[in-house]
Design a protein around this ligand. Structure first.
Ligand code: DGJ
Length: 784
């Protein structure tokens, strides 16, 4: 709810309050952002009390010696009026100075969200506050938008700059939002990494000066995700104040926290000013991307729950919103480029028999694409691989009872391609330097409408010809030598590239709403809210090693719900880490996302096939909870660092699925506890999901459990491993939600005394899933 009274703006969500007010000089003073306040709590009480004049400060107006912008908490701040903290904007004004002074002009409250003209934005907000500020000496206007999402406890903010003066205005920097928060010993938490190690959570103290989270690669990037948190140093997963920020944008971003000498922390988020310059002529306006803000006093999980609700309800749209995602099989890690139709049909047949619902044909189906050195940019089907064409192949997949999905990398071109030979000018390159390549490819200049039309036409044609119902949209290199002959000011390149991308995506997919789009950029190089406005899920990482995924999916889980994360079971030892992990753990991690399989199925043993069939059946049964349940990171009760515990709870609170993961075994470790939170009051049965223990895991140790001694490398044991497996320990208990919240001790782990069904056999990289279900008698009682 938005209320305005006596120059005070108050934005309430179900659990938070945000207050700011207009000062006597027309500036917007930030008053409060935090837990919900009473309606009677006034801005005068909650505001900073600046009752002394502070030495070496600039006084804004001689009539009030205490009014120094540098010492105030603000909603927006300008250059050249005495505030030395970083301004959200660096504008060369029409009068050729860098001095601006935006003051309140008017405001209005609008029902719902206000869509943007040039960028994707959230939708379904309750109310929007539009505040118009005007520069005190020119006809330059600044509209600030605040949209309130009451149930998700989120507020979005953005700015629109309008030039109504005769002379151009040059924007060198413009943030979507800034807010000044009194310091709470804040730490900034960011999601950083690189290829195959995306989104690892890092914590840095917010010290005096700037702490920055930004990207310069042309994408939101695998180096630094746009999302970040500020949390007091005493915050934990379940307690304490946590602020979360994100940006609905897929290009270069910039987020910062700047602590002033007065211990005020200025937070800002927006387009990265690096290599950015935008010329705004008379009557033009510039829209910044929308920034998302949330606050929770219930720790990191509380903040994540808000952001998850926001993404599921106000970002992901169209037919796939809140719809269960299919279990897919993707041929990439099984074949790479080395396939033909019959090899793929064999894989598809097995995938179908295991329970897959969608077959995805990955890279290599077009042009001369037999390696990553050629073919990108071309759309003619490779006739050697598909002699009867792609439609015939897609039809065969559908006849088997699966949907057909297809990979594209539309933003790229190989120099060795028909497209490049015909149109070298379509590639992004410096006008006079030798082009630089990444994965043997160049970026297409989608600032150019002709290039966009080429992509829209060709991708659309293939989609219609093949009847594909899923697309994996890949993008496998960073942008360098940003230059486009199609634009006159090269400072606009990066932003125009992203606007071009959004234009292409809307033109292709708006008219094909049945298609499930999974965005990918060498994995998670473009995992952001901008892409999620078009693609309901993102290929999280090329790294499918489950132990690495605990860090990657775990990191992303702070901001993005499991429904957005593509997660596949792949081969072990893993192709990037060489880590050998149990099949059970590969599934147990992947099921906390949109499940897929991506491995060569022809070498699966009899026992592995049985295991995978059971995994997929189990996933389908609980898919809604895994994809859309309340995802929570559970603290390990004794602070053990070798455990990761994830929980997804059904929306009615009567069912919880817990993933209990051991990253490394510790000798003779104390017993573990299972903690299940967020259940509705009642009696519950908790049970381990049965899973197989493969004999090969035990190596030479099997002699201790077999009546005869066998060569651990011999044929007999190898055969036995294909056709026989042991059962991992299954536990079952009945207790109350309270006992589960307190934590129930689990059976001991293996400690060298031999296998039996009452010993949990985790070792390195072992894991279990626990299903906690309200008892039938309890649910019957509730129904009566
Ligand atoms: C990178 C993707 O992340 C992989 O999954 C795969 O699609 C390859 N590209 C294909 O080139």
């Amino acid at each position: 709810m938005i209320t305005v009274k006596d120059n005070v703006f108050r934005l309430d969500t179900e659990n938070t309050t945000y207050i700011f007010r207009i000062t006597k000089f027309g500036h917007l003073e930030h008053v409060y952002y935090g837990s919900l306040l009473d309606q009677d709590d006034s801005a005068d009480v909650m505001a900073q009390k600046s009752s002394v004049s502070i030495g070496s400060s600039i006084c804004y107006d001689g009539s009030d010696k205490l009014y120094s912008l540098d010492n105030m908490c603000l909603e927006w701040s300008d250059n050249g009026r005495g505030d030395y903290r970083q301004s959200p904007a660096e504008l060369k004004m029409p009068d050729d100075t860098f001095i601006s002074d935006f003051a309140y002009l008017s405001h209005r409250i609008i029902d719902g969200s206000v869509p943007m003209k040039t960028l994707p934005s959230s939708y379904g907000g309750d109310q929007t506050l539009e505040i118009t500020l005007k520069d005190t000496t020119s006809d330059v206007f600044l509209d600030l938008y605040y949209t309130v999402f009451e149930k998700a406890d989120c507020i979005t903010r953005r700015a629109v700059l309008k030039n109504e003066s005769d002379d151009p205005l040059i924007i060198r920097r413009i943030m979507s939002m800034m807010v000044d928060l009194p310091d709470e010993c804040f730490h900034m938490y960011t999601l950083d990494g690189g290829w195959i190690k995306e989104a690892h959570l890092h914590k840095i103290p917010v010290g005096y000066g700037m702490t920055i989270n930004s990207s310069t690669t042309g994408s939101s990037s695998n180096r630094h995700n746009p999302a970040f948190m500020l949390a007091s140093d005493i915050a934990t997963e379940d307690h304490g104040n946590v602020y979360g920020f994100n940006l609905i944008y897929s290009g270069n971003h910039f987020g910062s926290a700047e602590k002033s000498g007065r211990d005020i922390v200025r937070v800002s988020a927006g387009i990265n000013p690096h290599l950015f310059e935008w010329i705004l002529n008379k009557n033009e306006d510039f829209e910044t991307p929308e920034a998302v803000l949330t606050f929770s006093d219930k720790g990191f999980n509380g903040m994540s729950h808000n952001m998850h609700d926001f993404v599921n309800r106000h970002i992901v749209r169209g037919q796939w919103k809140e719809k269960e995602r299919p279990v897919l099989f993707n041929n990439w890690e099984a074949t790479f480029f080395d396939f033909n139709e019959s090899k793929l049909l064999q894989l598809a047949k097995t995938a179908k028999s295991l329970g897959a619902e969608l077959f995805v044909l990955d890279d290599g189906w077009f042009g001369e694409r037999n390696s990553d050195e050629a073919g990108l940019g071309d759309y003619n089907v490779n006739k050697k691989k598909f002699p009867r064409g792609l439609k015939s192949f897609a039809d065969k997949i559908r006849e088997m009872g699966m949907d057909f999905g297809l990979w594209f990398e539309p933003e790229m071109v190989n120099p060795d391609s028909s497209l490049y030979r015909a149109h070298p000018e379509y590639a992004v390159k410096s006008p006079d330097k030798k082009p630089v390549l990444g994965r043997n490819q160049m970026v297409l200049d989608i600032c150019n409408k002709e290039v966009r039309d080429y992509i829209v036409e060709n991708v659309g044609r293939i989609l219609d010809e093949t009847g594909a119902s899923y697309v994996k949209w890949d993008m496998n290199r960073h942008i360098a030598e940003a230059f486009s002959p199609a634009i006159s000011n090269q400072g606009e390149f990066y932003h125009r590239y992203i606007m071009g991308l959004y234009d292409i995506l809307s033109r292709i997919f708006d008219k094909r709403p049945h298609i499930l789009l999974e965005s990918c950029s060498s994995g998670g190089n473009r995992f952001d809210l901008g892409m999620l406005c078009y693609s309901p899920q993102v290929w999280t990482s090329d790294d499918t090693d489950p132990i690495e995924r605990l860090k990657i999916q775990g990191g992303l889980s702070y901001f993005y719900p499991p429904s957005t994360m593509g997660a596949h079971v792949s081969q072990s030892p893993h192709q990037q880490t060489l880590r050998d992990t149990p099949l059970s753990t590969r599934f147990n991690v992947a099921c906390f996302g949109c499940l897929g399989y991506e491995l060569d199925l022809k070498y699966l043993s009899h026992e592995e096939i049985k295991e995978i069939k059971e995994q997929i059946a189990f996933y389908k049964k609980y898919r809604r909870v895994f994809q859309y349940g309340r995802f929570t990171r559970i603290r390990e009760s004794r602070g053990k660092e070798n455990k990761v515990i994830w929980q997804s709870t059904s929306n009615d609170g009567a069912l919880a699925l817990t993933g209990f993961f051991q990253t490394q075994a510790a000798a003779a470790e104390s017993d573990d506890k299972l903690i299940v939170t967020g259940l509705r009051p009642g009696r519950y049965v908790v049970r381990t999901r049965p899973q197989r223990l493969f004999i090969k895991r035990f190596g030479g140790l099997v002699k201790h459990i077999l009546p005869v001694e066998l060569n651990p490398d011999g044929l007999v044991l190898r055969m036995a491993n294909r056709f026989y497996s042991l059962t991992d320990c299954v536990e079952e208990y009945e207790c109350s939600d309270k006992a589960l919240k307190a934590g129930i001790p689990l059976k001991s782990q293996f400690m060298g005394t031999g296998y039996n069904e009452n010993v949990r056999m985790l070792g390195d990289f072992g894991s279990n899933i626990y299903i906690t279900h309200i008892t039938t008698s309890q649910s019957r009682r509730e129904e009566e």
